[in-house]
Design a protein around this ligand. Structure first.
Ligand SMILES: Nc1nc2c(ncn2[C@@H]2O[C@H](COP(=O)(O)OP(=O)(O)OP(=O)(O)O)[C@@H](O)[C@H]2O)c(=O)[nH]1
Ligand SMILES: [Mg+2]
Length: 326
């Protein structure tokens, strides 16, 4: 399986991605084996408010990469159920233009459980595509909340897509996702107000950007007509080069590893604690807090005491000594 994925075998890759999505334990040893083969692809996040044209832009970018001989993996992340709303289906139909090309691999993902689980799965799917040899990996997420922003953060270069004439609530979304933008795209530039939107974004970017040596460009596109795509590709290349030559890439890599390890550690520790508590879990403590008997902080101490026998630093030392299954 490992060798087939590295060789770019699509069926093996598709199977692995399903394992990853289903949280199948079979994925772990394969991912471990793939890890040394990752790190070559350019991971690009594409996020922005619903309907701004992200999927259309991703399709255009994929075509442009293919035109110069680069291979492309596309991950369309939908935070909602695939059965509500037509976003995923819409994406599939639109991106079907790209299907049939061996140099492109498209995967739609939806939340099965938590958004945290989706983020973890997306990261691993990107890794699998990277190891399989895809040159560029485009990750589309709807920038509607912090979790989606976190998913975009796994990328090396983040494109935030905007469009003219979006409402006030979108302004609010923008403030949060602007911070993570390496490139800003005002799509639907065929519509009135695109220049004004671009100007406003330029101002926000200039005010907001720190001393990173990279000023996010604001680019106009008409993704549905393929206009302006080349400039976005050029900006992506420039940003990729910036990461490679300034040390910013290495710094970003370290931060991303730290974020991932902290997330995984938190999850494992919680799972370990719950496993020690038995079937009723924290039900007793919930009842005591709910009944006004103890406060939430005391409840956590009580839970730790029950799981590990004692509390605080001694509990950790004790847990390390005695291991699991106490
Ligand atoms: N006028 C105009 N319409 C566009 C342009 N780009 C995309 N569209 C249309 O805008 C609509 C939304 O495009 P999508 O690419 O699905 O947008 P999206 O951001 O991926 O949408 P979600 O994934 O649902 O958030 C579609 O009907 C597109 O055809 C453009 O440059 N100009
Ligand atoms: Mg879309």
């Amino acid at each position: 399986m490992l060798e087939r994925v590295i060789a770019g075998d699509r069926r093996a890759l598709a199977r692995l991605l399903t394992w990853i999505e289903n949280d199948d334990p079979a994925a772990a040893p394969i991912l471990a084996g793939l890890y040394p083969h990752t790190g070559r692809a350019h991971r690009v996040g594409v996020t922005g408010a619903p309907g701004t044209g992200k999927s259309t832009l991703v399709t255009g970018l994929a075509r442009a990469y293919r035109a110069r001989g680069a291979t492309v993996g596309v991950i369309a992340v939908d935070p909602t159920s695939p059965f509500t709303g037509g976003a995923i289906l819409g994406d599939r139909v639109r991106m079907r233009d790209l299907a049939g090309d061996a140099g492109i691999f498209i995967r739609s993902m939806a939340t099965r459980g938590s958004l945290g689980g989706l983020a973890r799965a997306t990261r691993d799917v990107a890794r699998a595509l990277d190891a399989a040899g895809f040159d560029a990996i485009l990750i589309e997420t709807v920038g509607a909340g912090q979790s989606e922003v976190d998913i975009a953060r796994m990328a090396q270069s983040v494109i935030v897509v905007d469009a003219p004439g979006m409402g006030d609530e979108v302004q609010a979304i923008k403030a949060g996702i602007l911070e993570i933008a390496d490139i800003l795209v005002v799509n639907k530039a065929d519509r009135a107000g695109a220049d004004k939107t671009a100007q406003a974004l330029r101002m926000m970017v200039e005010l907001g950007h720190g001393d990173t040596g990279w000023l996010p460009p604001v680019l106009l596109t008409v993704a549905s007509a393929g206009t302006g795509i080349d400039a976005v590709i050029a900006a992506l290349d420039a940003h990729h080069a910036h990461l490679a030559t300034t040390g910013a890439g290495a710094r970003l890599g370290r931060v991303q590893v730290e974020i991932e390890l902290r997330e995984r550690l938190r999850e494992r520790l919680l799972a370990d604690c719950m496993a020690r508590l038995g079937a009723d879990g924290i039900a007793a403590e919930i009842a005591r807090v709910e009944g006004g008997e103890i406060d939430p902080r005391a409840a956590v101490e009580a839970i730790l005491a029950r799981a590990y026998g004692m509390v605080g630093e001694t509990a950790q030392a004790d847990a390390a000594e005695t291991g699991r299954g106490r």
